[in-house]
Design a protein around this ligand. Structure first.
Ligand SMILES: [Zn+2]
Length: 316
């Protein structure tokens, strides 16, 4: 039950743990490692959705592609194809602040803030995890911060000596979500049992979301009676991801969400190229095909689920 692609790809060094401040007024605070990825062009815009939805998990603070898109360009393109809003997700202090600020600047953005499970051990080793958690707690009080995430456990990318810090950080994030009455967005990589056990023991927040759900049908059946939301990303379209399609088929319709995890996990037919919220229609239409459902009906259901989980994007 291994997630077929990395939810967080390698980042350029120097931007996450050393406290380097973001460029004032800059659109990005980090750049995705290009590595040996072949085609770095942003894919073409899909046909617009007739019924608008939301991308409930994206990382627009990361520049990617031959010609990186600005935050405004990302949101304009998304809106043009029926992706009405996004949840911009942080993974460290810096990106969490950026996310909360972006949500205040643009009505199409809500924010999630957290210390990512793969970042928690570094903060712990530096003696700054508690200070970082206090900053997340402060940010969570801002009205457009609607989720604590991404937090959780990652036993794939973090070695065993980092697991105690991950567990401590995860439990602290659960408490922050409950204290502020906002959703919890969980990153779970090769840690299904430990994540489920922690939620049971500590008590899950009322709204608990498995971002980039990576379990199978059996795990989806465990999540269903607990009311957990399962958020499907572009990897549900990957050839080798039958377990995700099996999970989708048994997930309660009122607990299905959709996300990009952009710039990662680009859905077919442009897997490998940079991902962006405007590619949600490709994943949504694929999911409708798996379910044998009309795409507009599925979009309406997912939009309703998303607003139930996070509240409205528009300001009152
Ligand atoms: Zn993510």
């Amino acid at each position: 039950m291994t997630n077929p692609a990395a939810p967080l790809g390698p980042l350029e060094p120097g931007s996450s743990l050393d406290g380097t401040p973001p460029v004032p007024g800059g659109e990005y605070i980090r750049e995705r490692f290009k590595g040996d990825r072949g085609d770095l062009r942003y894919p073409p815009l899909p046909e617009p959705l007739a019924v608008p939805v939301y991308d409930n998990h994206t990382h627009l603070e990361i520049a990617d592609g031959e010609q990186p898109l600005t935050l405004a360009e990302q949101l304009d393109r998304a809106e043009a194809v029926g992706v009405r809003g996004v949840i911009q997700v942080g993974g460290d202090v810096e990106s969490s602040r950026w996310s909360a600020d972006a949500a205040e600047r643009d009505d199409r953005v809500l924010a999630a803030v957290a210390i990512h499970p793969n970042e928690a051990p570094g903060y712990e080793a530096a003696g700054t995890l508690d200070a970082a958690l206090a900053i997340i707690d402060d940010l969570a009080a801002r009205p457009r911060v609607r989720a604590i995430g991404e937090t959780g456990l990652d036993f794939f990318r973090t070695q065993e000596d980092g697991w105690p810090a991950q567990c401590r950080s995860f439990e602290a994030h659960i408490e922050i979500a409950k204290r502020h009455g906002v959703a919890l967005q969980i990153h779970d990589r090769d840690a299904h049992d430990a994540v489920l056990e922690t939620l049971e023991r500590v008590g899950a927040p009322e709204t608990t979301v498995f971002h980039c759900f990576s379990g199978d049908a059996e795990m989806a059946r465990v999540c269903a009676p607990r009311g957990y939301y399962l958020s499907f990303a572009g990897n549900v379209t990957f050839k080798n991801a039958q377990q995700l399609r099996d999970a989708l088929l048994v997930a309660p319709r009122d607990r299905i969400l959709i996300e990009t995890d952009a710039p990662f996990l680009t859905p077919e037919p442009t897997r490998g190229r940079p991902n962006a919220p405007y590619l949600i229609p490709n994943t949504l239409r694929f999911m409708a095909g798996v379910l044998g459902e009309d795409a507009n009906v599925l979009a309406a259901d997912i939009a309703a689920n998303t607003v139930r989980a996070y509240g409205e994007w528009a300001r009152a």
